[in-house]
Ligand binder design. Structure first.
Ligand SMILES: [Zn+2]
Length: 421
């Protein structure tokens, strides 16, 4: 059975309407909060999604005490042993940019001219500066108005999963196994997987819809540690400091300089190269902490780079008569290590993308996703494209046609799993 879903204009306008409704709701997380969800506005939006799922006819719709929404699209296949699969999107948007008062603008059948953002004079999306726009001429593009995020990351994913659920529930003649859906808070502040109940979700695998370009399938992420190097000096009155003062700021500066000469840094790396990134410093003469992000696709390389950094720090501290303390916190690991043990999860996604008539693109994620954490929590979870571009920026944009294609991929994926059982 084949489907040509995205060619249907009604479906394109359906997903667009849904997306436009969602992006005007503020779901910014609050990094300073210790609770989950970190902001009440996320819980409210999640409750609304739960209500919509019930209205669409989904089963087992729940919202737990942490705000997470889960639901079931019951199996329609008569075959035994079709595994349950899941689809996941996060409702929060990046706290790096305002998410209040989002005014989405639809540029219908885009002609390739500069896309002006009316609330930010002089700011425009230009074809010459955005190679990913090349394939978008003729599409209905959506941007914000120039002062906020759009929030396609990840409201596009939310809208796509919701539209796919609506489609599958309205077409029980399409055979598929049990499909689970989850909407989660606080991905952008790194806590999206913290309270995800993998057991209750009850799926053999899942797919996050939180990627960029049409046809993308992401099965590799960075492995990540956080490293804190704290230099302890000795402070005394600077007028009478000769031979006594040991300046922790000086040791930290020497450390940062020496490090940059020995290990790769973000501004000099791309593709499969990892890096060590000095991203924050708390400084005083007595005590200076340098905070670093350690990233690589090969987990063992993290340790090698941390050892180099530690050696440099200790050399400097002993030369200057100070002391150094090193702390390493494991953050997340390359999901490939898990997905390699579940090749069908990746193969089926690739097949669904092909059936949707798209070119498969595989690109490593130079960061982490909830999927990297979930994979190591026992739920193998690669990431599928959702049509998000220029994320975390006021130049963020998406395309209604790409969102409709993502819906196609979800429907095809449900079919591929059923056929393979
Ligand atoms: Zn995202």
């Amino acid at each position: 059975m084949t489907y040509k879903l995205s060619n249907n204009a009604i479906r394109i306008s359906g997903i667009l309407d849904r997306f436009l409704r969602y992006v005007t709701v503020d779901t910014t997380p609050d990094e300073t909060s210790r609770s989950t969800p970190s902001s009440e506005r996320q819980r409210i939006f999640l409750a609304r999604l739960a209500g919509e799922l019930s209205t669409l006819g989904a089963a087992d719709v729940t919202q737990d005490e942490h705000g997470y929404v889960m639901a079931t699209i019951p199996a329609t296949s008569s075959r035994q042993g079709v595994p349950a699969i899941g689809f996941i999107a996060h409702v929060d948007t990046s706290p790096e940019m305002p998410g209040t008062g989002v005014r989405p603008i639809v540029h219908r059948a885009w002609d390739g001219q500069d896309l002006m953002l009316p609330d930010a004079p002089g700011v425009a999306l230009r074809l010459a500066e955005q190679p990913e726009l090349r394939s978008q001429v003729g599409h209905d593009l959506v941007t914000a108005s120039g002062t906020t995020l759009l929030g396609a990351d990840d409201k596009a994913g939310v809208a796509e999963i919701m539209s796919a659920a609506e489609y599958l529930l309205a077409h029980p003649e399409i055979p598929h196994g049990r499909v689970r859906v989850a909407f989660t808070p606080d991905e952008e502040i790194g806590r999206g997987a913290d309270h995800f109940d993998v057991e209750r979700f009850g799926a053999a695998c899942a797919y996050t819809l939180d990627g960029g370009e049409c046809g993308e399938l992401e099965v590799e992420s960075f492995s990540a540690d956080a490293m804190t190097v704290t230099f302890h000096g000795f402070n005394t009155h600077p007028g009478y400091a000769k031979g006594k003062m040991v300046n922790a700021i000086g040791m930290a500066s020497a450390f940062v300089d020496a490090l940059a000469a020995r290990v790769p840094t973000p501004e000099r790396t791309d593709g499969y190269e990892g890096f060590l990134h000095v991203h924050a410093m708390d400084s005083s003469v007595e005590r200076t902490s340098v905070r670093l992000l350690v990233r690589d696709f090969v987990t063992a390389t993290l340790k090698e780079r941390e050892d180099v950094a530690e050696r440099i720090a200790r050399e400097i501290a002993s030369r200057e008569g100070g002391r150094v303390e090193i702390r390493i916190d494991s953050q997340y690991r390359n999901m490939r290590e898990v997905l390699e043990q579940h090749p069908t999860v990746v193969e089926n996604a690739a097949e669904a993308i092909r059936r949707a008539g798209l070119d498969l693109r595989r690109r490593p994620i130079r960061g982490g996703t909830d999927g990297s954490r979930l994979s190591f929590m026992g739920l193998p979870t690669p990431n599928l494209f959702a049509g998000e571009h220029n994320i975390h920026s006021r130049l963020e944009w998406t395309s209604a046609q790409d969102m409709a294609r993502a819906v196609d991929v979800i429907v095809h994926l449900c079919r591929v799993w059923e056929e393979g059982a």
